[in-house]
Ligand binder design. Structure first.
Ligand code: PLP
Length: 363
């Protein structure tokens, strides 16, 4: 079961807001099912808290929110041209990142008036975005176009969480400022310029422009130990002990004899596996769950539907609840620390939680 704590979300929302100027808008990123949690509940809670904007990656994700009655502006970060008509009929705002997507959007938006779009600039991430050599063509395309209006200009930082990359990030910020100048001197004032993600908000507050975009921070993580302590994890992954075994020295555990008991020991089989997002990289002790407040490392290979853990001295019984990660108690590992065990990041762990895991919303 994945518990989703909406009061933790509200706490994080207020914390992030407190880092912004009073008139800076805040966009909440709810892509990938709300970072693996439950995008509808998250979006509705953020809307009730007063979020200015939401963002998703793909058009289909935005349509789901509209169908559930979410009313705030929704930015689509990585829209695909085949669904531009659906984007328009659901009043979603596209982030257009190339000449190809801009041309296709102009065709799709024929007949509309002042349809709001955001233009994405590549300032160094080299993932999505227009480059300086595209600008002339952009201005030509937009020149006499009455069906669209450039509401936003955005870019994305590549290493806002890395203190060793401050000079690189500063170059991105400066380049974004130069681009704003070029765009505004050609197109006139643009209402919302936005650049920062969560780590950007925390480390480069001077570059917040008119809006900042927070994803991971709202879910309780910040890529920094100090600020993680100020945030509350929204998602807690729990499962159960379904069986306990006593092993004798020399007994093997799991597929391909992934673990061998060196001594007499107790192990527990848990109701979660790689199909639920706890991948094989967490096997062989890399993942550590919490049972009765104590650490129980995963032994051997992770199976599709189950994992086995070493109970050590833990006194537990079949049916007991296990905390895989999250939780507000200091006893269990946060998603950040759990992920670190397998050299990955909270983002990947959270967004990988499988559809089979029941979501339980705690208000
Ligand atoms: C996912 C994403 C964000 C959110 O980043 P966090 O680090 O989770 O705050 C912001 N902007 C863009 C373009 C993104 O793709």
């Amino acid at each position: 079961m994945l518990e989703i704590n909406l009061s933790a979300l509200a706490h994080n929302y207020r914390y992030i807001r407190s880092k912004l100027n009073p008139n800076t808008k805040l966009l909440g990123v709810v892509k990938a099912n709300g970072y693996g949690s439950e995008s509808i509940a998250i979006a509705k809670k953020l809307e009730s808290l007063g979020i200015d904007y939401l963002a998703v990656a793909y058009i289909q994700e935005g349509i789901i929110l509209r169908e559930e009655g979410v009313k705030v502006p929704i930015l689509v970060l990585h829209p695909q041209v085949e669904q531009f008509n659906a984007l328009i009929s659901n009043c979603l705002e596209p982030s257009l990142y190339s000449i190809r997507t801009l041309e296709a959007f102009i065709r799709a938006a024929k007949g509309t008036e002042n349809y709001p779009i955001h233009l994405k600039i590549n300032t160094g991430l080299n993932r999505l975005g227009l480059s300086a050599q595209d600008f002339k063509a952009v201005f030509k395309l937009l020149g006499s176009e009455k069906s669209l209006h450039v509401k936003g200009l955005l870019s994305h930082l590549a290493a806002s969480d890395d203190p060793l990359e401050r000079a690189f990030t500063q170059r991105q910020i400066n380049l974004f400022k130069d681009c704003i100048q070029i765009f505004e001197s050609t197109l006139g004032p643009i209402e919302i310029k936005h650049l920062l993600n969560t780590s950007g908000i925390l480390h480069y507050p001077e570059a917040q422009f008119q809006m900042a975009r927070s994803g991971i921070g709202l879910y309780g993580y910040s890529n920094a130990v100090k600020t993680d302590a100020e945030l509350r994890p929204v998602a807690t992954l729990k499962c159960k002990i379904s069986q306990i075994h006593e092993l004798a020295p020399g007994d093997w555990v799991g597929y391909n004899k992934g673990f061998v008991a060196k001594e007499k020991m107790k192990i527990a089989t848990l109701t979660i596996g790689h199909a639920d997002g706890i991948g094989r990289q967490y096997g062989h002790g890399k993942g550590v769950v919490t049972i009765q407040g104590a650490a129980a490392p995963i032994i051997g290979n992770v199976c599709m539907d189950m994992i086995m853990v070493n109970l050590g001295n833990i006194v537990a019984k079949e049916g007991d609840v296990v905390v895989v990660f999250g939780g507000e108690s200091s006893e269990s590992l946060t998603a950040e620390l759990f992920a670190k065990g397998a050299k990955t990041i909270s983002y990947e762990l959270l967004t990988g939680i499988g559809a089979r895991v029941k979501r339980h919303i705690i208000v």
